[in-house]
Ligand binder design. Structure first.
Ligand code: FEO
Length: 396
């Protein structure tokens, strides 16, 4: 495995091949926690790994002969997937200072017993000379936590970008050009949709700041390092932060006795009469992770649920709750679903969509028990309308 970014900088992280649930995120391709050792006059470790993998990180640093000489432990982000090994590292590196901003010091103090840690607090834009190199620290609040920052090395034109541009991917290959690029970009999209979509505006400001930096390589804290195709992920981020949608229709439903499913399929058929990317997902057979990812670039939505106990079915409630937290913007849609002797589901869905500032395209499409021919024709027409809307949004 090639672990050298250049002659002086090594990847010393952990590849987590078997993780499939990252605080609820379905990590079907595993993950990595990237840490980087800069071997200069003042050896510096940039970020750590989850606590469970601290012994491996310490072994790697020992093999490079740097453990006792490490001078700085840079903490770009206090979330435990990156800071979890800091308590062990602070013990193992008696001469090291933890380099972070003030908010990060506070956050670390709430996670760990930091009473005896030596801190070097850095401000936004501050630099730290470590020998031939300079580290420049750039605050990136809410990318992904309030204390997050980037570390930039001008001499190497290298940006340690923390969660930004990351992907949950386990691989034996560290660099973008050694992996299947389509797979990496798909995982970067999944990461963006599920972790940072709600922080689009802070990310936009961060991208604007980072645009002035000469960059040859971007080393995030998860997944592959961008050394050849950074332009591709940067272009994708620019679309995502602007909330740009594709001519894409997404229908998400749950069903009890296949009536709402029949409506979903008929809406799909109506949308497919036009040249749009129309997709349908069952809320109980697709993960929240997948639904959020498909939502990122979809323009128009239909959410369907039968009425159960005068409200919507639980998994559809979970879908809407999850999406609401991710704050999708510029979307439109409507609710649909069957009911028996009492209504409720469609109204609940409409309330959720309105709370997410969706443009409501039409009143809820409902039927009692089974959809008859008139309702199915109404569903087909609703699908056609979704397609027209998706095409109009995508050309704006
Ligand atoms: Fe990968 Fe926000 O931590």
């Amino acid at each position: 495995m090639d672990c050298k970014l250049n002659e002086s900088i090594s990847w010393v992280g952990h590849v987590d091949w078997t993780i499939r649930d990252f605080h609820g995120y379905n990590t079907s391709r595993g993950s990595t926690y990237n840490a980087y050792l800069i071997q200069d006059e003042s050896p510096t470790l940039v970020d750590t790994v989850k606590a469970a993998f601290a012994p491996e990180l310490i072994r790697k640093l020992s093999a490079l002969g740097e453990l006792s000489s490490i001078r700085y432990l840079v903490c770009n982000h206090a979330e435990p997937d990156h800071s979890g090994s800091l308590p062990r590292l602070v013990q193992a590196c008696p001469h090291a200072e933890v380099v972070c901003n003030e908010k990060c010091r506070t956050a670390l103090g709430l996670h760990y017993d930091t009473a005896h840690w030596k801190f070097r607090i850095v401000k936004d834009g501050e630099t730290l000379r470590i020998g031939k190199r300079t580290l420049q620290f750039i605050d990136t609040p809410m990318v992904h936590w309030p204390e997050s920052m980037f570390t930039y090395v001008p001499e190497d034109r290298l940006l340690f970008s923390m969660d930004a541009f990351g992907q949950h991917v386990a691989s034996s290959f560290r660099f973008d050009d050694q992996n299947d690029l389509d797979m990496v970009l798909e995982e970067a999209k999944t990461y963006y949709a599920n972790i940072v979509m709600l922080y689009a505006q802070p990310i936009r400001r961060t991208l604007e700041r980072a645009a002035s930096l000469p960059i040859d390589m971007v080393a995030p804290s998860h997944g592959v390092i961008w050394r050849t195709h950074f332009g591709k992920i940067l272009a994708a981020y620019k679309d995502w932060v602007l909330g740009r949608s594709k001519p894409k229709v997404l229908i998400v439903y749950d069903t009890m006795w296949q009536s709402t499913e029949r409506l979903a399929q008929t809406i799909l058929e109506g949308a497919q009469e036009s040249n749009v990317d129309a997709r349908v997902l069952n809320a109980r057979t697709s993960s929240l992770t997948e639904i959020a990812t498909e939502s990122l670039d979809a323009a128009v939505f239909a959410f369907g649920s039968p009425t159960l106990n005068q409200t919507l079915m639980p998994q559809m409630a979970a879908v809407l709750s999850y999406l609401k937290g991710l704050k999708p913007s510029g979307k439109s849609g409507f609710a649909f679903g069957s009911y028996g002797w009492a209504k409720g589901a469609a109204t609940e869905i409409e309330l959720s969509l309105k709370s997410m500032n969706f443009e409501m395209l039409r009143p809820a499409l409902t039927c009692q028990f089974k959809p008859g021919p008139d309702t199915l024709e109404e569903a087909r027409e609703a699908g056609r309308m979704m397609a027209r809307k998706a095409l109009s949004v995508a050309t704006q």
